[in-house]
Design a protein around this ligand. Structure first.
Ligand code: FA5
Length: 359
C-alpha cells in the first residue's frame, strides 16, 4: 500500500518538475509504457487471489489514473508556456511604416510617363495605345511618307523580316502611327495622348535605340494651333512645377502635318548643371507639332473638308533627364540596380495633380 503511495508521489513530483515535453514523454513511457512501472504493477493482478485483486485492483487503477492526469495537465501547461514564448518572440508591429527597399523603385521613365498622363488626363485627354511592331503602312505611308519619300531616311528604321505577302513590318520609329490607328477606329471628336516605346538605329549620350515618346492628337471641327499652344503651356507649368512659362514657335517640317511647328520653352541655363523655366535667355526644344495634313485625314477615313486638328510629339526620356538632372540616356536601359536606387522613385507615391507630381 505504502509502496503504491510512494510510487505515486515520486511520479507526480517528477512530472511536475519536467521542464519540457520530451522529458515528460520519457516519464510517461517509464510509467505507463508497455514495460513501465505502473504497467508492470497492473500485470501482477493476474497472479493474485480474487480477494487480493479486489483490494489491489482499485489502488493500481487509481494510481494509473492520477499519474495519467498529472502528465496530461503538465503537457497542457508546457504547451501553453511554449506558445506564449513564441508569441512574445515573434511579435509583429503592424503600425511600422512600409520598408521601401524590398518593393524596388519606380524607373524615372515610368515616373515621368505617369506624371504626363496625370496632367493630360486632367485637361481631358484619354490614353490610346498601339503595338511596338507596326505596319510599314501605318508608321510611314498613311502618315504621308510614301515608300520612296526622303523623310524615311530621317528615321533610321529597324525592319522586321518581310511577311508572306511581301509587306514589311517595322519597329515603330515614332508614336505617330497611333494617330493612324485612332483615326481609323474612331470618328471625331478625338482627343488622345499616346505614350510608348519607339525604336531607331541610333545610340549616343542623348539617343537610345529604344526610347519613349508621347504623341498627342486632337481632331474636331474648329481646333487650331492656338489651342495647342495653350495645352502645351498648361502641360509645361504642371510638369516643371512652375507658375509661368513662355513658349516659342518655330516653323518646321513633318510630312504628316501642315503647317508644322516646333515648340521651344524659355529657360535659364546660366548656373552650371541647373536649368530653370519661365525666364532666362535660352530655349529648350520641347515638341514637334502641326495641323494634321488633310491627306493623312483622308487616308485615315476622316473628311478633311469637315474636320481639322493638331498633333504633337516629343521624347519622354529627354524630359526625364531634364527634370531629374540625369546626364546620359544610356544607363536608363542598363538595369544597373545602383542607378535605379539612386534615380528611382518610391513605389507608393503615385503622381497626381492634387497630391503632387514629384516628391
Ligand atoms: C517625331 O518623331 C514626330 N513623330 C513628332 C511629331 C508628332 C511631329 C506629331 C508632329 C506631329 P522627331 O523625329 O523629331 O519627331 O522625334 C521627336 C523626339 O523624340 C525628339 O525631339 C527626341 O526628344 C526624341 N527622340 C528621337 N530619337 C530619339 C532617340 N534615338 N533617343 C531618344 N530620344 C529620341
Amino acid at each position: 500500500m505504502s509502496g503504491v503511495d510512494d510510487l505515486e508521489r515520486g511520479l507526480v513530483s517528477a512530472v511536475a518538475a519536467a521542464a519540457d515535453e520530451a522529458t515528460l514523454e520519457q516519464l510517461r513511457v517509464s510509467a505507463l509504457g508497455k514495460k513501465g512501472s505502473i504497467s508492470e504493477l497492473l500485470k501482477t493482478l493476474g497472479n493474485m487471489s480474487p480477494e487480493e485483486r479486489k483490494e489491489k485492483g482499485p489502488q493500481f487503477n487509481t494510481l494509473r489514473d492520477r499519474v495519467s492526469e498529472a502528465i496530461a495537465e503538465r503537457k497542457t501547461a508546457l504547451q501553453e508556456q511554449a506558445l506564449n514564448a513564441r508569441l512574445a518572440s515573434e511579435r509583429v508591429d503592424v503600425t511600422l511604416p512600409v520598408r521601401p527597399e524590398p518593393l524596388g523603385t519606380i524607373h524615372p521613365v515610368s515616373q515621368v510617363l505617369d506624371e504626363i498622363t496625370a496632367i493630360f488626363a486632367d485637361i481631358g485627354f484619354s490614353v490610346a495605345e498601339g503595338p511596338d511592331v507596326e505596319f510599314d503602312d501605318y508608321n510611314f505611308t498613311k502618315l504621308n511618307i510614301p515608300p520612296d519619300h526622303p523623310a524615311r531616311q530621317m528615321h533610321d528604321t529597324f525592319y522586321v523580316s518581310p511577311q508572306k505577302d511581301g509587306s514589311r513590318h517595322v519597329l515603330r520609329t515614332h508614336t505617330s502611327p497611333v494617330q493612324v490607328r485612332t483615326m481609323l477606329s474612331q470618328q471625331p471628336p478625338v482627343r488622345i495622348i499616346s505614350p510608348g516605346r519607339a525604336y531607331r538605329v541610333d545610340s549616343d549620350a542623348t539617343h537610345s535605340p529604344m526610347f519613349h515618346q508621347i504623341e498627342g492628337l486632337v481632331i474636331d471641327e474648329m481646333t487650331n494651333l492656338g489651342h495647342l499652344k495653350w495645352v502645351l503651356e498648361e502641360f509645361c507649368k504642371a510638369f516643371f512645377e512652375v507658375e509661368k512659362v513662355e513658349l516659342r514657335a518655330r516653323p518646321s517640317f513633318f510630312p504628316f502635318t501642315e503647317p508644322s511647328v516646333e515648340w521651344d520653352l524659355r529657360c535659364d541655363r546660366s548656373v552650371p548643371g541647373k536649368i530653370t523655366f519661365g525666364h532666362g535667355n535660352d530655349w529648350l526644344e520641347l515638341a514637334g507639332s502641326g495641323m494634321v495634313h488633310p491627306k493623312v485625314l483622308s487616308m485615315c477615313g476622316i473628311d478633311p473638308e469637315k474636320y481639322q486638328g493638331y498633333a504633337f510629339g516629343g521624347g519622354i526620356d529627354r524630359l526625364a533627364m531634364l527634370k531629374y538632372g540625369i546626364p546620359d540616356i544610356r544607363p536608363f536601359f542598363e538595369s544597373d540596380i545602383r542607378w535605379l536606387r539612386h534615380f528611382g522613385f518610391a513605389p507608393l507615391d503615385i503622381p497626381t495633380l492634387d497630391g503632387g507630381l514629384s516628391r
